[in-house]
Every structure is written in structure tokens, then in C-alpha cells.
Design a binder for this molecule. Structure first.
Ligand SMILES: CC(C)(COP(=O)(O)OP(=O)(O)OC[C@H]1O[C@@H](n2cnc3c(N)ncnc32)[C@H](O)[C@@H]1OP(=O)(O)O)[C@@H](O)C(=O)NCCC(=O)NCCS
Length: 324
């Protein structure tokens, strides 16, 4: 019942279309259908995502597919070419995360985005949907059923390409009693428990899949054998090192961990990371490294805000598929 009421608000809202730019080149309305994403779609999806510098890795798409098989939807031409995608990953009975919304540039403003978005909205059912919005799309999402705007933080995307990053400005000194170790299978239970205490819900499967990606490296911080943080770095679709998650109780631990993560991916052709704006220490690390903010994203919700202790979140897990 709640789901039907929700969808009808959405359908009504998509009818009152906002003014679209007059000088946008539009191609003829193509024949397409919307269906769940399949592993064979990965090359097309990466082609679309690369147009817009999305931060995710190619391999993580397989993990999200396993985690929620109908969570990513794609628009497909009769020829079989994928021309757009959007996701709503259902994390629990209560909330879903919407993201990865992108349409190939030549097919934009033809309401293809609407159709994929609508499918994701239906998949989320009556759950509270959380998403990150660019400045341009805030009003569009408001009209589409996202009335709540987060006012305590935004998500800051950092990007660095070009000359290799020097980690010298970052501290190497850990607080007394803390050690940082390379991931071993025996540490997974510590990571899961730490992550759950921070997020408030269980992410075992996706954390494990993400840490086990071929090019991922994970470190875990312990104090007196208790997990006090963990961090992961991997090569993303641009072969840049993408740090995330990086969670820690103490910013001094996070700083040393960030340094180790970057140093452990020397083959990277760049660096990307997304922080939360109200974690001053995390943004301070980026200033020390001389990396400017590439994009600032607004957090929006359909029903209610999500409360998480952002002072422990130095880098978000996956800005396109996960809330922190
Ligand atoms: C956002 C995007 C997926 C929309 O796809 P699309 O097929 O062009 O979307 P539609 O034609 O169905 O229009 C969807 C809505 O987005 C709005 N919109 C699309 N692109 C926009 C832009 N660049 N600036 C402002 N509004 C835009 C449309 O006006 C419409 O608004 P409405 O719902 O209030 O009527 C597409 O523009 C895109 O790939 N953008 C780059 C990636 C991006 O910014 N993703 C969103 C991250 S939050």
C-alpha cells in the first residue's frame, strides 16, 4: 500500500517536467527497454560511467549484483547497447541507497533517466531512499519524492591526476598501543563488528567481496587487540587508487592509515576519495596533500535522515552505491 502511494507521487511528479536547456542537442527518441543489470553489461556500463568520472571499480559491479540482483537497472537499445543506468541497493527492510545514475550523453533529456529511476524507485518499495545529488539535480529530486535535504554535511569528492602523489605531508606516527596490520581472513569478524557498530546495519557480504577484489588492499587498526578502524584502497575504472572505506576512532590512526593505503598502490595513475564535509580532519589530510575538492554532493532522503557518527568516517565506502 505504502509502495503504491509512493509510486503514484513519483509518477505525478515526473509529469510536471522542469524546463530543459533549450540548446541541448537531442537525438531521435530511441526504442529501449529497462531491465536489471547483468554481468555482460559491464563494458557498456563502464563506458557510460567513464564519461562522468564516477569513482567505482569495474569489479565492484559484480559484487553489488550479487548483493542485490535487481538493485541496478539499465536502459538498453534494441541493438543490445546499454545507454543508461541507475541503482537502488536495498540494504535492509528500512532503507535503500540510490546512485550511479547516468545516461550516455547523446541520449540525455529524452526521459530515459526517468524510466530507469522509476524502476529503481519501485524496487526500493516503501523503504527510506538515500541518495547523493549534484547541485543541478537537487530540485529535480525534490520534485521526485526526496523532500529531506541533509543539513549537517555534504559529500566531498577529491580527485588528483597527473604527477605522483607525495605522502610526505602525512604523519607516520601512530598513537601508543595502536598497530596497523595487513588484512588476514582471521580479521574479518573484527571488521564486520566494527563496521556494524558504526553503521547500525550488517554489511558482511559486500565488505568481504570488496576487500577480496583482485587489486584491493585492506589494513586494519588494532588497539589492545580491539579493532579501532579499517581502510581499503583499490584501482578504480580510471586506474586511480580509490581510498574507501577509511573508518577510524582516532584521526591520528586514520592519517597514518591513509598514508599506508596510498603508498601501497604505487602503480596508480591518480587518486580519488570521498569524505564527509563535517569531518575536519579528513578534509585536512586532503589539504596537506594539496588535493582540491572536485565535486560537492548533497545528501537527500525520501523519509528521514540517517544518523551516523561521521567523525569516524574519513573516506566513504562507495559513494555511488553506499550511504557512507
Ligand atoms: C542525470 C541524468 C542521468 C538524467 O538523465 P536523462 O535521461 O537526461 O533524464 P531525463 O530526460 O529523464 O530527465 C530527468 C530529470 O533530470 C533533469 N536533468 C537532467 N540533466 C540535468 C542537468 N544537467 N541539469 C539539471 N537537470 C537535469 C531533467 O530536467 C529532469 O528533471 P525533472 O525530473 O525535474 O523533470 C543525466 O543528465 C546524466 O547522465 N548526467 C550526468 C551524471 C549525473 O550527473 N548523474 C546524477 C548524479 S546525482
Amino acid at each position: 500500500m505504502a509502495q503504491r502511494a509512493f509510486s503514484s507521487i513519483f509518477v505525478r511528479s515526473i509529469r510536471c517536467l522542469s524546463t530543459k536547456p533549450v540548446n541541448v542537442h537531442r537525438c531521435v527518441q530511441p526504442q529501449f527497454k529497462v531491465r536489471p543489470f547483468l554481468e555482460d553489461d559491464i563494458p557498456d556500463v563502464i563506458k557510460i560511467a567513464r564519461q562522468n568520472t564516477f569513482q567505482y571499480s569495474e569489479e565492484i559491479l559484480k559484487s553489488w549484483l550479487k548483493y542485490d540482483p535487481e538493485g541496478i537497472n539499465v536502459a538498453v537499445l534494441d541493438s543490445g547497447e546499454v545507454i543508461g543506468l541507475c541503482s537502488s541497493i536495498n540494504y535492509s527492510n528500512d532503507f535503500s541507497f540510490g546512485g550511479a545514475f547516468c545516461v550516455l550523453e547523446k541520449y540525455r533529456y529524452l526521459e530515459i533517466g526517468h524510466k530507469i529511476f522509476q524502476r529503481c524507485f519501485v524496487h526500493a518499495g516503501g523503504r527510506n531512499i538515500v541518495l547523493n545529488s549534484t547541485t543541478e539535480l537537487v530540485n529535480s529530486y525534490k520534485r521526485r519524492g526526496f523532500p529531506i535535504l541533509e543539513d549537517s554535511f555534504s559529500s566531498l569528492e577529491y580527485e588528483h591526476f597527473g604527477k605522483p602523489l607525495s605522502t610526505k605531508p602525512l604523519s607516520e606516527k601512530l598513537p601508543d598501543g595502536v598497530e596497523i596490520k595487513k588484512l588476514e581472513d582471521a580479521y574479518f569478524d573484527d571488521i564486520f563488528a566494527y563496521d556494524r557498530s558504526l553503521m547500525g546495519y550488517d554489511r558482511k557480504d559486500i565488505i568481504k567481496a570488496s576487500c577480496k577484489e583482485a587489486n584491493a588492499k585492506t589494513f586494519v587498526a588494532f588497539k589492545n587487540s580491539i579493532c579501532v578502524g579499517y581502510g581499503c584502497v583499490k584501482l578504480n575504472m580510471f586506474e586511480a587508487s580509490r581510498v574507501g572505506p577509511l573508518y577510524a576512532n582516532d584521526s591520528a590512526v586514520a592519517e597514518v592509515m591513509l598514508r599506508r593505503l596510498i603508498e601501497n598502490m604505487p602503480e596508480a595513475k591518480g587518486f580519488v576519495m570521498t569524505s564527509v564535509s563535517n569531518n575536519m580532519a579528513a578534509n585536512g589530510f586532503m589539504r596537506k596533500l594539496g588535493i582540491p575538492v572536485h565535486n560537492s554532493l548533497f545528501r537527500m532522503y525520501t523519509k528521514e535522515k540517517m544518523i551516523v557518527n561521521t567523525s569516524k568516517i574519513f573516506a566513504q565506502f562507495d559513494i555511488d552505491f553506499s550511504p557512507f
